[in-house]
Design a protein around this ligand. Structure first.
Ligand code: PGA
Length: 249
């Protein structure tokens, strides 16, 4: 049985005061709620990892990075090694987000190296894949994602060390989402694909991301093979993020 997983990707948002307040608010809600039907992860910008780790230390809330380098250390100005994230208190790291693939020219081979680096550091990699609007319109979405999954998954990936996030590029930050039928078809294709790449493909959590909001969360999170959400904009407001999480029952 896969437990639902609600992940907040804060992207390049937040200073210490607001970040601490948001993380503390969510930690308090998790502690107050007791038994919940989901796991929660917050991925703040690197400058806030320490602050957020401290703010959630008593609560069942994990912390993750938004990216890591494919090498463990070295002369890579501005980059962060996976061992550094682990040392700072992270359990997870997002790799291959479309804002990295598109904004920084990252190809799947590099994403695969980053996921492998995450595993070496004992982190769980959240490997993101997503098609562009042109690829969807051309009827190529399933093929594009199959290939991205094949090329981005590192050797030795398991259900314990890897999560997949399907995030259509055209749905991120736009308020648009694919139909539940399209999301379901994509997630079940990804799971079939994982069968050739990982042990126990049925245990791998596959998240949907792209304009998840309180008003569409229930319909997205109750699709077969959707095991949680990777949430950007709505993760910056405690009420909205919590409302999304609470749709997991
Ligand atoms: P969004 O971002 O929820 O703001 O669309 C999702 C993401 O990029 O992870």
């Amino acid at each position: 049985m896969r437990r639902k997983f609600i992940v907040g990707n804060w992207k390049m948002h937040g200073l210490r005061e607001g970040g601490a307040a948001l993380a503390s608010d969510l930690a308090g809600r998790m502690l107050g709620a007791g038994d919940v039907a989901f796991d929660m992860l917050l991925c703040p910008p690197a400058t806030l990892i320490h602050t957020v780790v401290q703010a959630v230390s008593d609560a069942p809330v994990s912390v993750g990075g938004q990216d890591c380098h494919g090498k463990d250390s070295g002369a890579h100005t501005g980059d962060i090694g996976a061992p550094m994230l682990a040392d700072a208190g992270c359990r997870y790291v997002i790799v291959g987000h479309s804002e990295r693939r598109q904004g920084h020219g990252e190809l799947s081979g590099e994403v695969k190296a980053k996921a492998a680096a995450a595993h070496r550091a004992g982190l769980i990699a959240i490997v993101c894949v997503g098609e562009t609007e042109a690829e969807r319109d051309a009827g190529r979405a399933l093929d594009v994602i199959a290939r991205m999954v094949d090329e981005s998954m590192p050797d030795g990936a398991t259900a314990a060390n890897t999560v997949v996030a399907y995030e259509p590029v055209w749905a991120i930050g736009t308020g648009r989402t694919p139909t539940p039928a399209d999301v379901g078809a994509m997630h079940s294709m990804i799971r079939r694909r994982l069968a050739t790449l990982v042990d126990q493909p049925d245990a791998v959590r596959i998240l949907y991301g792209g304009s998840v909001k309180p008003d569409n969360a229930a319909s997205l999170l109750h699709i077969d093979d959707v095991d949680g959400a990777l949430v950007g904009g709505a993760s910056l407001k405690a009420d909205e993020f919590w409302a999304i999480a609470e749709t997991c029952r």
